[in-house]
Design a protein around this ligand. Structure first.
Ligand code: CTP
Length: 404
């Protein structure tokens, strides 16, 4: 699901993280939502309404008695698909928990039947104070959705719980609440390898492949949307895709890799650290002997290629982790993919056609067949754009998640 045409009311209360709410507003808007900011009087001390007006393109409400809109809390309350209070101070949490309605945010919370998310952000002592905790419990009992704050260095200098979570995390939480489903991937640590590897021949030349990273980025976006905590190991990919991904998800951890050996070291180095390994990368099967000096080509160049290590096959398979591979095939799609599923000891393999009109590699579209080790029937997704394919792959795996 995405946020297209959803009306989201972003309530900003007066904590230091109020400035981060502008980033959240902009992010939600980029995902297609209509965002309406409502600010408490204290929030105005930290950030100006103009910032929210600029990023959302909508009027910002700061006052219950705005003459241009006779009862703004009622019109916003009716309009909302979702209300999110981010950051939520101990004060607004206390007011919401006890039905106090003395400003625009608290009145809106009391008067709307929309789903409501609270993103607490404050000093750890205030957050852990039994009074705040009791108020949070009360809100939960009254159908509010509460996001756990992050742990870290807080603006007040304390180290502890109370930090405003990353925008990607809030987005994942929000999507789950809107869709009404808790995803299997929520909170899971997911490693995705993507792009092609580069095998250097000499200081000037290299061998690589046509992989663009499109499928990997689409899968990453989909895992993030379901609350996954994604790390990317990126090989040779389209720079344009990378910069657009980075601008959308600035907090997602990205590690660059070059050769298949480099990717091998990094993936194996992470063999105990992730819940899900998703190997989309197009790994070179052969590498040349690297020559430190440029090879002179007077008489043509002869390359001796040796086999690279099979990363997925070598990766230790932990009982509670999930291993997903991709297969690039020009013929015998299902038969070859089945062998790879078995030989590499995977949970799932997604077989792509990489030939003719439907060639997936480097292109925007793909046609895939998903095989699994659970003896469930294979699942085919007809030729479509990679965003659609990624959503359907993850939906399918999520459905079979019960086997893990
Ligand atoms: N893979 C890997 N290490 C390699 C080659 C591939 O980990 N040295 C992974 C890919 O990331 C992919 C899966 O194995 O998830 C299948 O890759 P593919 O290129 O389709 O198959 P290969 O194992 O290389 O076999 P072949 O080239 O003979 O089809």
């Amino acid at each position: 699901m995405d946020l297209k045409d959803k009306n989201i009311i972003l309530c900003v209360s007066g904590g230091i993280a109020a400035y981060k709410a502008a980033g959240l507003a902009s992010f939600l808007k980029k995902q297609g939502a209509n965002v309406y900011a409502v600010m408490t009087k204290n929030a105005l001390e930290f950030i100006k309404p103009l910032t929210f007006k600029t990023v959302t393109g909508n009027k910002v409400t700061t006052n219950m008695f705005d003459e241009s809109d006779f009862v703004p809390h009622i019109s916003l309350a009716d309009l909302a698909d979702l209300i999110i209070v981010a950051p939520a101070t101990a004060n607004i949490i206390a007011k919401a928990a006890h039905g106090i309605a003395d400003d625009m945010v608290s009145t809106l919370l009391l008067s709307s039947n929309a789903k409501k998310i609270i993103v607490p952000s404050m000093n750890s002592k205030m957050y852990l104070n039994p009074i705040t905790q009791k108020n949070i419990k009360l809100l939960k009992e009254n159908d509010y959705f509460i996001m756990e704050p992050d742990i870290g260095l807080l603006a007040c200098g304390y180290e502890g719980i109370g930090k405003f979570p990353d925008i990607e995390k809030i987005y994942g939480f929000l999507l789950q609440i809107l869709s009404g489903k808790k995803s299997y991937f929520t909170g899971k640590k997911i490693l995705i390898t993507l792009g092609g590897t580069i095998e250097d021949i000499d200081p000037v030349r290299y061998i690589s492949n046509r992989s663009s990273g499109k499928m990997g980025f689409n899968l990453a976006e989909e895992f993030i949307a379901r609350g996954g905590n994604v790390t990317l190991l990126i090989g040779n990919i389209s720079e344009l895709l990378l910069s657009s991904f980075k601008s959308k998800y600035p907090k997602t951890k990205i590690i660059n890799v070059r050769s298949s050996n480099d990717l091998y070291d990094k993936v194996i180095g992470f063999e105990n650290d992730f819940d899900i390994y998703c190997m989309v990368a197009a790994v070179a099967d052969y590498m040349p002997d690297y020559k430190a000096d440029k090879i002179k080509n007077k008489n043509g160049i002869e390359l001796k290629l040796s086999a690279t290590k099979d990363i997925l096959a070598s990766l230790k398979k932990r009982k509670n982790a999930l291993y997903i591979g991709f297969a690039a095939e020009t013929e015998n799609l299902t038969k070859n993919a089945k062998e790879k599923l078995k030989n590499k000891n995977l949970d799932f393999i997604i077989a792509n056609i990489v030939k003719g009109e439907k060639n997936a590699i480097g292109n925007d579209n793909a046609e895939v067949v998903i095989l699994n080790k659970y003896n469930e029937e294979e699942f085919r997704i007809d030729y479509n754009d990679k965003k659609f394919i990624a959503q359907n792959i993850i939906d399918y795996i999520e459905k079979l998640g019960k086997f893990i």
